[in-house]
Each structure stands twice: as structure tokens, then as C-alpha cells.
Design a protein around this ligand. Structure first.
Ligand code: C2O
Ligand code: CU
Length: 456
């Protein structure tokens, strides 16, 4: 059988052990324009930006402990980069222009090549002009498979997004930098899609057991989710398995960039439908429909936790605490903050499109928020002094939430903070390099909520 070059190189993991002298590169991931039916079928198609020609982009799936190797080729009219969200990655591959690499100019390429230590549900997305590029569709799922897979009938990735489209032409509205969105809740859309489709449905059988990998790729929307005609558990958050699966008895939030893996059983019977439901102010609506047909499966009961990832042991005793105060935005306007070493008034900052600050800086400061030595444990208190919720994301590490009784909650890479809320997290700084720490509401990140820490 004749293997084409793409398959040959992709399948040949051993090649990565050798220096890449003169060897043509990895499978290509092309960032390019495409057209897709985003709005309901009576509307025109929408021009999007994509990884590989579709939104979401090409699913990348590798076994735990393997490598992701892709040559990013930029066929867009704008410079780009790729961030592999949630991967405890080699710093040079983290995809942050100006911190870990240069932007990839139109017509250029960049080779991404990194090991993936943890199984779970991750994603990749543009990290340049993110507020526009992610809104235009530059994201895709990154699935790292455990060797010991749970017993399910199917494994479905569901990537949630909300789009702001012109109500007649279905074009993405080109108002990414408008001051109202930046200073309020961010860019909220007028149409919600799952896997790039409005109101998708999947055929299932009665009593099937499904693994649903939910990924929130939207710029700013916090989903409030529930299930109907299904019962089950959340088994992982932000890729990391929960020690004890959490039975879904109520709604649960999914902030921008967050993931939740659920294992659910279809309870609806043949010719009925089950659904994933999003709760809005005016009630719940189905995001995804599962149409039940065919002969049913045998009912399963009980659930086992997913196998744990190789995460560090954490003890909170005597760990230094660093406070990050989150400031500004509508109703709590900044009185002043720094750009570089220059202190500007809130009004001057607003004219420059800066509405938020982290510890007094309205952009990524020159010095890191935290300078950690390799292996140290640190606590961070995120203090949300603003009138809006935020989704704070840390690159290169997962952290544990410190619960109100002092015990340690789940491992996460992105934590939601309600208006006025403070929360502590604790991490082991075990991945050397310079790492971003920012709000994943992309308009907030672009208008001031951007910081970083260093591990040496
Ligand atoms: Cu998913 Cu710095 O981002
Ligand atoms: Cu925010």
C-alpha cells in the first residue's frame, strides 16, 4: 500500500527523536478563510477564518504521552499564532506572540512540536488579535486519549460558540473593538452553535452511554448548562479527571475556555429526544438534540473515575500568597492605571481602549506578577473588584481551587469569578518559562486584563 507523505510522517513518531535536518515537516495545519453555514439554513453562508477549512478546525487527537506535530501555515490576511489551551506544554510551543514566539506572518509557517503529558479535553486557538481571530472561528478541539478508556458507546466532542452575525447577511460583524463590549461583558453573540452548526442533532439509541466533551470557545459567553432526557456525571473539568465523578443534578456553568467531560446515559426512549440545554434569561433551549431510535442498549449503572493524570502533589501549608486585584470596567471605572511605567488617568486609558487592570497595570507589565523558582508552590488570590464576571486563565499549568473550608477543589486552567468574588488557587510552578495569566473574556484581555508569571 502506498502511504502518502502526510500519513507517513504523521504515523512515524520515531522521526521526532532525530534532529529535523532538511526533513520536510509535519502535517500541515492551514489557517485560512472558508465559508460555512453558521446561521439557520434560510440565511446565507458565513465567511469564517478556520484551521483546515472548517469551524471548529480539524480535530487533533493523540494518545497521552505522544506528541502533537503540526506545521502551521498562515494563509490568512493577518498574522496569527496557535495556543494549545490547557496543555502543560514546553514554553517555546505555547504560541504567545511577543512572549514565546514571533507572530506567524501571512504566507509564513511555524512548526509546532510538543509532548502531551495529560489525557483529556483541550483545545487550540489563535493567540494573536485573539478578540477578532477566535470570533471569526480560529479554534479547534485537541483530544488527548487515555490508554485506559472509559466504557462508553460513543465519544462526542461538542464545541460551543456564540457568534455575532449581521441579521440579514449573516456576515460576522466587524465591531471587535467597540468600547461598549470591551468595558462591559465582552462580545456576546446573537447565535449559538455547537460544532459550528446551529441546532445540530445526533442519532443515539435508548440507554446508550455517551462521553460528551464540552468546550466553550466563545469570546465571552458563560453558558449555564443542563441535561434533559439524560442522566450522568461530570468526570473531568478543564481536561483533568475528578477524583470522584460529580452527579449532574442541577445546572452547571461553563465559562469561556472551560471544558467539562460528561458521561451520560440516554434515558429518553425511542422516538423521543434528549438534549443538552442552555439556560438563558427567558428559559432553557436545546443546544444539541439527541434523537433516540433503533433498538436500545443494555442499561449500565454506576461510574468509575477516569484514570488520574500525572499532576504534582500540592500542600497549601506555608505557601506564599499573592493577591491579584481585578479592576475597572463599566460601573467601577479605573481612576488610573499604568501602561509601561506611565500612570494614565481612566479617561486617557479609555481613549486608548483600555478599561481594565490587573494590580494597577492596564496591559501586560514588564515585570512578571510572580517570579517563582522551579518546583515552588504558590497561592494566588484573584480578587474581582469589578462589576462583571471574569474567567482567569493560566498558561502552562493547572491549579487547584482552594475551597472555603481550606480543602482543595478540582484542577483547572480557567476559573470563573463572579462580580465582587474572591477565590484562591494554588499551583506548583513546575514548568519553566514565561506564562500568561489573563482573563479569557477576550475583549477584557485585549483591554487590560493581561498579566504573566515566570518560572525559572
Ligand atoms: Cu486560551 Cu491565553 O488562552
Ligand atoms: Cu474578564
Amino acid at each position: 500500500m502506498f502511504l502518502n507523505r502526510r500519513q507517513f510522517l504523521g504515523a512515524s513518531a520515531a522521526l521526532s527523536a532525530f534532529p529535523k535536518v532538511g526533513l520536510a515537516a509535519y502535517p500541515q495545519l492551514v489557517a485560512r478563510e472558508a465559508v460555512q453555514q453558521i446561521a439557520p439554513s434560510e440565511f446565507p453562508e458565513t465567511p469564517v477564518w478556520s484551521f483546515g477549512g472548517t469551524v471548529p478546525g480539524t480535530e487533533i487527537r493523540v494518545p497521552q504521552g505522544g506528541r502533537v506535530q503540526r506545521q502551521l501555515s498562515n494563509a490568512l490576511p493577518q498574522a496569527t499564532s496557535v495556543h494549545w489551551h490547557g496543555i502543560r506544554i514546553d514554553n517555546a510551543m505555547d504560541g504567545v506572540p511577543g512572549l514565546t514566539q514571533d507572530v506567524i506572518e501571512p504566507g509564513s509557517t511555524f512548526d509546532y512540536d510538543f509532548a502531551v503529558p495529560d489525557a483529556g479535553t483541550y483545545w487550540y486557538h489563535s493567540h494573536n488579535r485573539t478578540i477578532e481571530q477566535v470570533a471569526r472561528g480560529l479554534y479547534g478541539p485537541l483530544i488527548i486519549e487515555e490508554s485506559d478508556k472509559p466504557d462508553v458507546d460513543r465519544d462526542l466532542t461538542l464545541m460551543l460558540d456564540d457568534w455575532r452575525l449581521d441579521a440579514e447577511t449573516a456576515q460576522i460583524t466587524n465591531d471587535f473593538d467597540n468600547g461598549h463590549d470591551l468595558s462591559h461583558a465582552g462580545r456576546l453573540g446573537n447565535i449559538v452553535t455547537v460544532n459550528g452548526q446551529f441546532d445540530p442533532s445526533y442519532e443515539v439509541r435508548a440507554s446508550e452511554r455517551l462521553r460528551l466533551r464540552l468546550i466553550n470557545a466563545s469570546n465571552a459567553r458563560i453558558f449555564d448548562l443542563g441535561i434533559d432526557g439524560l442522566t450522568g456525571w461530570i468526570v473531568a473539568l478543564d481536561g483533568m479527571p475528578l477524583e470522584t465523578p460529580l452527579e449532574i443534578t442541577d445546572r452547571f456553568p461553563l465559562g469561556p475556555a472551560q471544558r467539562a467531560d460528561m458521561i451520560v446515559d440516554v434515558r429518553a426512549s425511542a422516538s423521543e429526544a434528549a438534549s443538552l440545554v442552555s439556560f438563558e434569561r427567558d428559559g432553557g433551549f436545546g443546544l444539541v438534540r439527541f434523537d433516540v431510535s433503533g433498538p436500545g442498549r443494555a442499561v449500565r449503572t454506576g461510574i468509575a473515575a477516569l484514570p488520574p493524570n500525572p499532576l504534582p502533589e500540592i500542600s497549601v501549608e506555608d505557601t506564599p500568597l499573592h493577591r491579584m486585584s481585578m479592576q475597572g470596567g463599566a460601573m467601577r471605572w479605573l481612576s488610573s492605571a499604568k501602561l509601561g511605567e506611565t500612570e494614565l488617568s481612566g479617561q486617557e486609558l479609555a481613549q486608548l481602549g483600555r478599561f481594565w487592570a490587573l494590580n494597577g497595570y492596564a496591559e501586560r507589565p514588564k515585570d512578571p506578577f510572580l517570579d517563582a523558582r522551579l518546583g515552588e508552590t504558590h497561592r494566588i488570590e484573584f480578587a474581582n473588584e469589578t462589576a462583571f464576571p471574569h474567567a482567569m486563565h493560566m498558561h502552562g499549568h493547572h491549579f487547584r481551587i482552594v475551597l472555603s473550608d481550606g480543602s482543595l477543589g478540582p484542577w483547572r486552567d480557567t476559573v470563573l469569578l463572579g462580580r465582587g468574588q474572591s477565590r484562591q488557587v494554588v499551583l506548583v510552578a513546575d514548568n519553566p518559562g514565561s506564562w500568561l495569566l489573563h482573563c479569557h473574556m477576550l475583549g477584557h484581555a485585549a483591554s487590560g486584563m493581561m498579566s504573566w508569571f515566570r518560572v525559572t
